[in-house]
Design a protein. Structure first.
Length: 127
């Protein structure tokens, strides 16, 4: 199964992280973790994301679309980066995440639907 791993952060995290003296050490530690995932055949892809100040929100309604430039002040949580992992189960993904260098924050794990699951319409969530 493929799992998307979403690394969450706040606006305060976005603003403080580049200035944090530990940032380079954290990146090196994350690089070592990424190497471990890659060598194990778990990591299919992954990237860090630019701050929300460089992003845009596009909203759609029946009346049309609207575009809001970042930063997204009203957002409580932002996605700071992601991975796509190939694992046998969600439990395996959790075990890999426990080996990560994270010391603070929240990481969300979500199963990625496979194309075959749409053969009979929209897939039903697994129990």
């Amino acid at each position: 199964m493929r799992v998307m791993v979403l690394v969450k952060m706040t606006r305060a995290d976005e603003e403080s992280y580049p200035k944090d003296p530990r940032a380079l050490d954290d990146l090196a530690e994350m690089g070592r973790f990424n190497d471990l995932l890659t060598k194990a055949g778990v990591m299919l892809s992954g990237e860090g994301l630019a701050p929300s100040s460089e992003g845009k929100l596009v909203s759609f309604t029946e009346d049309g679309q609207s575009v809001v430039d970042g930063p997204f002040a009203e957002s409580k949580e932002l996605v700071g980066g992601y991975w796509i992992w190939q694992v046998e189960s969600m439990d395996e993904a959790v075990e890999w995440l426990k080996k990560s260098p994270f010391r603070d924050g929240t990481v969300e794990l979500r199963r990625v639907y496979e194309q075959a699951e749409f053969a009979d319409g929209y897939p039903q969530p697994k129990a």
